[in-house]
Design a protein around this ligand. Structure first.
Ligand code: RP5
Length: 162
């Protein structure tokens, strides 16, 4: 199976990235995690993206906050699918990172998940890889069914309490 590359702009983004790594682990999808910044280490970020396809990656998650150019900078250097996670920072509640990540110019797409949406970033990667992987697709179906069953359990409990 292809690997997922997870890049974060700073180790301060790790709590958000952990939601993605936990999700990938649960689905038994191989991944690598790195701290590369579009601004502080632009050469390393670019090198990762340029070599990602030949290094066995099938999709890349880029998590960054503030002026979050990481996902776009990675996407500029690969045609692998790139999923951006806008990370919430203290001043602008993540709106800064959301707009910086989502507003990509035509030709260089970044699939942007919700602010701090680490789990959905991993699920979207899994869905991309599952296009050519029936076993993974079955795991995703099972997860959907199990998540729905949990909601229906909550429905029963709440409904019974009134
Ligand atoms: C971004 O700036 C990082 O992705 C992080 O979300 C934010 C703050 O970084 P630190 O100052 O905590 O290293 O580049």
């Amino acid at each position: 199976m292809k690997k997922v590359g997870i890049i974060m702009g700073s180790d301060s983004d790790l709590p958000i990235v952990t939601k993605a790594t936990d999700t990938l682990k649960a689905l038994e999808i191989p991944f690598e995690v790195h701290v590369y910044s579009a601004h502080r280490t632009p050469v390393e970020a670019r090198d990762f993206a340029v070599n990602a396809r030949k290094n066995g990656f099938g999709a890349i998650i880029a998590a960054a906050g503030m002026a979050a150019h990481l996902a776009g900078a990675i996407a500029a250097n690969t045609t692998l699918p790139v999923i951006g996670i806008p990370c919430k920072s203290s001043n602008l509640d993540g709106i800064d990172a959301l707009l910086s990540t989502v507003q990509m110019p035509t030709g260089i797409p970044v699939a942007t998940v919700a602010i701090n949406g680490g789990a959905n970033a991993a699920l979207l990667c899994a869905q991309i890889l599952a296009v050519e992987d029936k076993e993974l697709a079955a795991k995703l179906d099972a997860k959907r069914a199990s998540d729905a069953a949990k909601v229906l359990e909550k429905d029963k409990a709440i409904s019974a309490s009134f």
